[in-house]
Each structure stands twice: as structure tokens, then as C-alpha cells.
Design a binder for this molecule. Structure first.
Ligand code: GDP
Ligand code: IMO
Ligand code: MG
Length: 423
């Protein structure tokens, strides 16, 4: 495997964690470059379920180096807990297989409080965030008032910076009518996390360049999905980082010409958690999948909104990410349906659109134009190779890859490692 950027081609939760875990076997390093603990990546290994939020999903394979890059925003208490949780499950986590960028920005309790207050103030117009403080943390980074991991491990620097930040943010919280934060309490909690995390902190840019020089293969683990991208997504119903392929470069310090391929992960249908336009949303599919106990958020537990596969969306994802290879997950989710729809274009007023409009209000008015497919109505979860799949399932997969403009290389028929078909 060459250096590969793996991105979500829809609204997140495409099954990136499962595919990363599968591909890590052939990589040397796995790098997270954006997002924070708003992400929830599920991996099943030997019947055991792991949900990773900040730590790259590659951690579950021995001997692989995992890097949390400069573009990630880190809640140090959450990441320390995540490390402890993995250790308790007998997963090895040490500076030998996990490194955290000194330039990654920190998430503080005031970010979470402001995230929550802004959502409350928006009322019906809320984004439906994960309330992990992601937007306010990236906001501080852009406003150049953020505090970084490198500061956290310098006790005096950190104490001074935190004091200023708490003072300013308590004034903001007061304006919202929310409870102010206690400086001493936050300081003590963050100092404790700093002591745990200090051994993992490094200049990851230099480390990654050395790895490249020695011919190591890097897998970039995208978080969220294309339509949650701060620039290319359904703004303002997005997250606050670049979830598209370019984010892997800026968020890690690995330059574009060292990237060899982009793998887009997409579900065989579409899901979205949180508010915002979703043209192919469908109540029957939602009910069917929820009835099977599927499609509940890995981070917040919220029921995901579900709908038909939207090839207008994935076509655009192919464009902005430069997707050359496609992994389709959750094919088995459609196993019981006699008829399956695929959205091939939108109708907006009298116009036919092949790509989504940039304006979320216009996207909300788009009516899907569907193409009908016969379902295979056969369980696929035990299929091990391409030829095991029912002919109608193969035709469906080929068609959605063709409409999305990439080459189908992986089909997934269950959450486990061995439920992965190389095409
Ligand atoms: P991520 O955020 O993109 O890593 O995806 P999540 O882990 O949040 O959500 C994907 C869900 O689908 C998880 O519960 C996975 O275990 C599950 N999953 C992934 N691929 C498949 C598949 O092919 N079939 C089934 N049944 N579940 C899958
Ligand atoms: P993974 O990596 C799905 C959504 C939230 C909300 C919007 C903004 O597991 O695919 P935020 O808390 O980031 O400010 O919320 O983005 N969201 C996700 N949806 N999967 C994710 O991550 C998400 N991370 C954020 O639900 O709509
Ligand atoms: Mg997820």
C-alpha cells in the first residue's frame, strides 16, 4: 500500500474505522489530521467492540505507529481516558505506538459550555453538534487565542495562558447566563492530564518526514465526512475542520505530492446525525435500520437519520477529495429490500442538477431524481469474495461506484474484519 488518504464521502459514520482497521495491516503508520472527540470510529476485533474518538483506529493492530497530528483538537482529559480504557482492554498504548503533535490545539470546558450555549440560543436552527466544544476550539485556533499541547506540558506557560483564557471565557459564559468556570479546578485537572500525556508529545511533522524518508507507508484516517467539511459541506450544518482530503496535508504537515491515493468510504445508503439538509432522507429506511438496532451514533448515541444512496453527493465528494478508490460499507443493511433507490440527480425548481448547490437552503429544496434497482433479498454477511455476492448486489455496487466516479475496491458486508471483500 502507498500513502493513502481515507475520507468519508457522505455525512460521517461511513464505516471509516472498520476500513482503517482492515487497511492498517498493510500500513506502517496511521495518522489523524483533523477533528476531535466528536468522531466515533467503531472497530470490531474478535467479537470485541472498540469505539475510538481521538486515537487512530490503527492502535488495535500491534506494531503500528499512530499519530495525532497538528490539525486535531484535543480534549486532554478525554484522550487520557481513552488511553486508560484501551489499556484496561489489554490494548498496548505507549509512546512506542502513539504520538501526539505539540501543535495540536486544546479543547477546554469553556469550549464545551459555549458550544452548548450557542446551540441553545439557536433553538430550532441548531446545528445538532456533539457538544464536545469542537467549533469554539477551532474558533480560538483561527482567532489566534488557542492553547496548544506544547503549552500544556510547560506548567508555568500553561497556568498563565489558562488564566487569561478562563477570564475572557467566563465573561462570555456570563453573557449567556451560564455558570462560570473555576480556574484552580480546571488547572488541576489539566495538569493531571498533562503529566499523563507528556511522554506522547513530539514534533510529529519531523517524525512523519523521517518515516517517509525511510519508505514507511502512511494511512491518513479521516474523521467526519465530506458534507461536514467547513468549506465544502452543508454550511452552517458542518463541523469546524477540513474533513476533505486536503485536510490530511495541512493537519499533518505531509505535503500533497507525497500522497499517492485517496480512498472514499461510503455506505451503501446514506446517514446523517445532527441537523441540516438531507435530500434522500427516508423514514421507512430509518425505521427499518433502527429496528435492526443499527444506525445509532457512536459518540452521542443519537439515532442517525437514514436515506437512499445519494450519488449526487458522492459525485461531488469524488471531485473535492480526488477519490480514486471506493470502499462501500453496510451493503448488508439493504439485504431485505425488494426495491432499492439511488439518487442520480436533483431537481431544483425546473432545473436538473448533477452536483449539489452550495447553499444549504437550496439543497433543502432539492428533490431527488431516483433510479430503481431490484434488491437481492439474500443475506450477504457471510460472503467472503466478490463472486459470493448475489449478482444484483454486485450490479448495485458497480453502479453506485460508477455514479460516484471512482473504482470500487472494497465492499463491506458486516462490522467484522473478515466481513470485508476485496474487489
Ligand atoms: P465511522 O465514524 O466512519 O468510523 O463509522 P461509525 O463507526 O461511527 O459507524 C459505522 C457503523 O457501521 C459502526 O457501527 C460499524 O461497526 C458498522 N459497520 C461498518 N461497516 C459495516 C458493514 O459493512 N456492515 C455492518 N452491518 N456494519 C458495519
Ligand atoms: P465520525 O468521524 C457524524 C456532526 C454533528 C453535527 C455536526 C457538527 O464518527 O464520522 P460538531 O460537534 O463537530 O461541532 O458537530 O457534525 N458530526 C458528525 N457526524 N460522524 C462524525 O464523526 C461527526 N462529527 C461531527 O452531529 O451535525
Ligand atoms: Mg462515527
Amino acid at each position: 500500500m502507498s500513502n493513502t488518504i481515507l475520507v468519508g464521502a457522505q455525512w460521517g459514520d461511513e464505516g471509516k474505522g472498520k476500513i482503517i482497521d482492515f487497511l492498517t495491516e498493510r500500513a506502517d503508520l496511521v495518522v489523524r489530521s483533523q477533528g476531535g472527540n466528536n468522531a466515533g470510529h467503531t472497530v470490531l476485533v474478535g467479537g470485541k467492540k472498540y469505539v475510538l474518538h481521538l486515537i487512530p483506529s490503527g492502535i488495535l493492530r500491534a506494531g503500528k505507529m499512530c499519530v495525532i497530528g497538528n490539525g486535531v483538537v484535543i480534549d486532554p482529559i478525554a484522550v487520557a481516558k481513552e488511553i486508560d480504557g484501551l489499556l484496561a482492554e489489554k490494548v498496548k498504548v505507549s509512546p512506542k505506538n502513539l504520538m501526539i503533535s505539540d501543535c495540536a490545539h486544546l479543547v477546554f470546558p469553556y469550549h464545551r459550555a459555549i458550544d452548548e450555549q450557542r446551540e441553545l440560543a439557536k433553538g430550532k436552527g441548531k446545528i445538532g453538534t456533539t457538544k464536545r466544544g469542537i467549533g469554539p476550539a477551532y474558533g480560538d485556533k483561527a482567532a489566534r487565542v488557542g492553547v496548544r499541547i506544547g503549552d500544556l506540558i510547560e506548567p508555568e506557560v500553561f497556568a498563565a495562558k489558562l488564566k487569561v483564557r478562563i477570564k475572557e471565557n467566563n465573561a462570555v459564559l456570563k453573557a449567556f447566563g451560564a455558570k462560570p468556570l473555576n480556574y484552580a479546578k480546571v488547572l488541576a485537572e489539566y495538569q493531571a492530564a498533562a503529566r499523563k500525556l507528556a511522554p506522547f508529545v513530539a514534533n510529529t511533522v519531523v517524525y512523519l518526514h523521517e518515516a517517509l524518508k525511510s519508505g514507511k507507508k502512511i494511512l491518513f484516517e479521516g474523521a467526519q465526512g465530506t458534507f461536514l467539511d467547513i468549506d465544502h459541506g452543508t454550511y452552517p450544518y458542518v463541523t469546524s475542520s477540513n474533513t476533505t482530503a486536503g485536510g490530511a496535508c495541512t493537519g499533518s504537515g505531509v505535503p500533497p505530492h507525497r500522497m499517492d491515493s485517496v480512498l472514499g468510504v461510503m455506505k451503501a445508503y446514506t446517514t446523517r446525525v445532527g441537523e441540516g439538509p438531507f435530500p434522500t432522507e427516508n423514514e421507512q429506511i430509518s425505521d427499518m435500520l433502527h429496528g435492526l438496532g443499527r444506525e445509532f451514533g457512536a459518540t452521542t448515541g443519537r439515532a442517525r437519520r437514514c436515506g437512499w444512496f445519494d450519488a449526487v453527493a458522492t459525485r461531488f465528494a469524488g471531485m473535492v477529495n480526488g477519490i480514486d478508490e471506493i470502499a462501500v460499507t453496510n451493503l448488508d443493511g439493504l439485504d431485505t429490500l425488494p426495491k432499492i433507490k439511488v439518487c442520480v440527480a436533483y431537481k431544483l425548481g425546473k432545473k436538473r442538477l448533477e452536483v449539489p448547490p452550495s447553499d444549504s437552503a437550496l439543497l433543502a429544496q432539492c428533490v431527488p431524481i431516483y433510479e430503481d434497482h431490484d434488491g437481492w433479498v439474500t443475506p450477504t454477511e457471510k460472503c467472503k469474495k466478490w463472486s459470493d455476492l448475489p449478482a444484483k448486489a454486485r450490479a448495485y455496487l458497480k453502479r453506485i461506484a460508477e455514479l460516484s466516479g471512482g473504482k470500487l475496491t472494497i465492499a463491506s458486508v458486516g462490522p467484522n474484519r473478515d466481513q470485508t471483500i476485496l474487489v
